[in-house]
Design a protein around this ligand. Structure first.
Ligand code: ADP
Ligand code: MG
Length: 566
C-alpha cells in the first residue's frame, strides 16, 4: 500500500513538468485515518476536474450502526455528511493560482430534498466513502504541484477531521436527523394503510422564498388542516402529529387566484421526497409514486395508446399506437396520463395553470353546439372516476376556473388566504343545480403497454458515447438533446446525470428488441435498488455527481428520448 509520503514525493518530483505527468498520481494512498484515492486524473487544466475519493474505515468514522443499517436512516446520514463536508470544503475559499480549473474543489451541492447520491456512501460494514472533484493546479500546462500539496495535505485532512468523523460531530444533531428520517419513513409507510394519498402537517411552511430559492418563505402563513380532514399520527420520535390527510380518490383544490392553490400542489409534488430539517415541508408526505401531469406541447410521443382520451382524429391517425414528433397540448397531456399509468403511478397531480383546457373539460354549451361525435377528445373529467375505480389511480387537481369537477370530486378543498377549507358538502349541494350533461361516456379498454424497444446500433459500435447534462433542463447524449424541462418532479441536476447514465446503460445492455419499455425500466430500476447507483457506471471510476431517481422519472426520460426506437 502506498502512503501519503509516496504521494508527496511523487508530487514534488513532477512539479514544473508537463501536465500529463499528473496521470502518474492515479491510485490509493494511506493517509492518517483514511485512504485517499485518486480515481481519475483530468487530461489538462481546462478539462473536467479530477475525481478523488476518501475512504474512511468504520472504526475511524465511528458511526453507531443503528444510524445506517436501515436504508432511510443511512440516506439521511449520507445526506447530512455531504452537506457538512461540502460546507467545510467551501469554507476554505481556497483559490489556487493557475490556469483553467486549477484548485477548484467541489462536492455535491444538496438542495432541500434528501436524495441518495454517489457523493457519499456508507457501506454495510460502516466504511464511509466521500467523493469529490479537484482541479489539479497548473500554470499554463505546467504542473504546479505545490498547490495540490496544500489541498491534499492541509485542507482535506482538516475537512475530513471536522466533518466526517462521528467523534467530532454534534451527536444531538445527528440523532435528530435520524429521528426525522424515521418519522418521515413512518408517515410514508402509513399512508397506504390509512387509505391516504398525502399528508400535510399543521404548521408546515409550503411557499418558497422566491422563484429562484427553494428555501422556506419567511413570514408565510403556516398550514392548518380543516377540522374535518384532520388526522393524528403517532410518529415514533416526534410524538403525535396532526395535519390534513388527503384520502385516495378525487380531490379538488379550488379557490380564488393567488390564494395558494398551486403552492399546495407544488408541495405535494415534491412530497415524494423527504425534506431536510428546517425546510417547512418535513412532514408533507405524498404517495411516492405520485406524478405531476401537464400539457407539454412539442414533445414527441411513441407508440402510445391514448385512445382512452383521443379517438377518431380527422386525419384518421391511429391513436392506439399514437406517434408524433410534435404533440399538441391535449395529445401531450393525454400521453402523459397514459405513460403515468405505465409507470405504475397511483396518484396523478394536475394544475389547471399548466393544463390544456380542451383536455380537462368541455362545457355544456360546447357539447350542445359541437356534438360528441365530432370531438376526438374525451376530456379528463369523463375518465377521472374510471381511473380511480378501475385502475386505483387517485387524482388531486387544482381547478379554480371551472366548477365541472365538483360533480366528480370526492373531496373539495378551498384555499382561502392560504388556508384550506373543506367545502365538499357546500360545493356538492350547489352543483346539484348545475347538472352535468348526461350523455354517457363508454368505458374504455385498458391501454396497452406493449411497446418493445429495439437495439440502437449507434451505441453498440461506439464505446465513447458523449454524455452531458445541461443544467436542470436536459441531457445531451450522442448529440441528441432529451428535453426534461417539464418533468417537474426532477429536483436536482444530479438526477439528470443519473438519467444520462441510465440511457447509456440501457442502450448497451437492456434494450434488445424483445423487452417492452416497462420491462426494461423495471430491470434498470431493480438494479439501481439492489446494487445502488454505482451499478450503472461502467467507467474506471464512480462519478461523484449522481443522485437517485424514481422509476417514474426513468420512464419520463425514455418517453422524451426522440431517437429511442420502438
Ligand atoms: P394560486 O395558484 O391560488 O393562484 P399560488 O399558490 O401561486 O396561488 O400563490 C400565490 C402567491 O402566494 C405566491 O407568490 C406564493 O408564494 C404565495 N403564498 C402561497 N402560500 C402562502 C402562504 N402560506 N403564506 C404566504 N404566502 C403564500
Ligand atoms: Mg395557480
Amino acid at each position: 500500500m502506498k502512503t501519503s509520503y509516496d504521494l508527496k514525493d511523487l508530487l514534488n518530483r513532477i512539479d514544473h513538468k508537463g501536465y500529463p505527468a499528473y496521470k502518474d498520481t492515479r491510485g490509493s494512498y494511506q493517509f492518517k485515518g483514511y485512504l485517499l484515492s485518486i480515481d481519475h486524473v483530468q487530461g489538462d487544466p481546462f478539462a473536467a476536474p479530477s475525481k478523488v475519493s476518501i475512504h474512511i474505515p468504520a472504526d475511524t468514522a465511528g458511526f453507531p450502526s443503528d444510524l445506517f443499517q436501515e436504508k432511510h436512516k443511512r440516506i439521511a446520514l449520507q445526506d447530512l455528511l455531504t452537506r457538512k463536508f461540502s460546507r467545510e470544503v467551501e469554507s476554505f475559499h481556497f483559490k489556487a493560482k493557475g490556469s483553467g480549473k486549477s484548485g477548484l474543489m467541489s462536492v455535491s451541492r444538496c438542495g432541500q430534498e434528501i436524495l441518495e447520491r454517489t457523493a457519499c456512501q456508507i457501506q454495510k460494514n460502516g466504511t464511509l466513502i466521500m467523493r469529490m472533484e479537484i482541479g489539479f493546479p497548473a500554470n499554463g500546462r505546467t504542473i504546479n504541484s505545490r498547490e495540490l500539496i496544500k489541498i491534499l495535505f492541509h485542507f482535506l485532512p482538516d475537512c475530513v477531521q471536522t466533518s466526517l468523523l462521528y467523534s467530532s460531530l454534534d451527536k444531538n444533531e445527528i440523532q435528530k436527523n435520524a429521528a426525522l428520517a424515521q418519522d418521515q419513513y413512518y408517515i410514508r409507510t402509513e399512508l397506504p394503510k390509512l387509505g391516504l394519498a398525502a399528508f400535510v402537517a399543521n404548521g408546515s411552511i409550503l411557499p418558497r422564498e422566491s422563484g429562484v430559492s427553494d428555501r422556506p418563505m419567511k413570514g408565510a402563513v403556516p398550514f392548518q388542516s380543516p377540522e374535518s380532514m384532520e388526522i393524528s399520527l403517532p410518529l415514533p420520535n416526534y410524538g403525535v402529529i396532526k395535519g390534513m390527510g388527503i384520502k385516495e380518490g378525487i380531490t379538488l383544490i379550488v379557490g380564488g387566484g393567488y390564494h395558494g392553490k398551486s403552492t399546495l400542489l407544488k408541495a405535494l409534488e415534491l412530497g415524494v421526497y423527504n425534506h431536510i430539517s428546517g425546510d417547512g415541508r418535513e412532514y408533507v408526505i405524498t404517495d411516492s409514486s405520485a406524478l405531476k401531469i401537464r400539457a407539454e406541447d412539442g414533445r414527441s410521443i411513441k407508440q402510445t395508446d391514448i385512445s382512452m382520451f383521443i379517438n377518431n382524429l380527422p386525419n384518421k391517425k391511429d391513436t392506439v399506437h399514437f406517434c408524433t414528433e410534435d404533440a399538441s397540448g391535449s395529445t401531450s397531456q393525454a400521453a402523459n396520463v397514459i405513460e403515468a399509468m405505465e409507470a405504475g403511478t397511483e396518484l396523478i397531480l394536475i394544475d389547471e395553470d399548466t393544463s390544456a383546457t380542451n383536455f380537462m373539460i368541455r362545457d355544456e354549451l360546447m357539447q350542445r353546439v359541437v356534438h360528441r361525435d365530432s370531438e376526438p377528445i374525451t376530456p379528463f373529467i369523463d375518465r377521472v372516476q374510471e381511473l380511480f375505480n378501475c385502475f386505483g389511480i387517485s387524482t388531486i387537481l387544482v381547478a379554480g376556473s371551472s366548477g365541472s369537477y365538483f360533480h366528480r370530486a370526492d373531496c373539495i378543498i378551498q384555499m382561502d388566504h392560504y388556508l384550506p377549507k373543506d367545502i365538499t358538502a357546500y360545493a356538492k349541494q350547489e352543483a346539484e343545480s348545475f347538472p352535468l350533461p348526461s350523455d354517457l361516456v363508454e368505458s374504455c379498454p385498458d391501454p396497452s403497454f406493449k411497446r418493445t424497444v429495439k437495439t440502437d446500433h449507434n451505441f453498440c459500435k461506439n464505446d465513447r458515447i458523449k454524455l452531458k447534462t445541461q443544467g436542470r433542463d436536459s441531457i445531451l447524449i450522442n448529440k441528441e438533446i432529451i428535453d426534461l424541462r417539464y418533468v417537474e418532479q426532477l429536483s436536482d441536476i444530479e438526477q439528470l446525470s443519473t438519467l444520462g447514465y441510465l440511457v447509456k446503460y440501457a442502450q448497451l445492455h437492456i434494450f434488445d428488441g424483445k423487452k417492452t419499455l416497462s420491462e426494461s425500466v423495471e430491470e434498470l430500476y431493480r438494479m439501481l435498488e439492489t446494487k445502488g447507483l454505482d451499478s450503472i457506471c461502467e467507467g474506471s471510476y464512480i462519478p461523484s455527481g449522481l443522485a437517485m431517481v424514481r422509476k417514474q422519472e426513468i420512464f419520463a426520460c425514455f418517453n422524451r428520448y426522440r431517437s429511442l426506437r420502438m
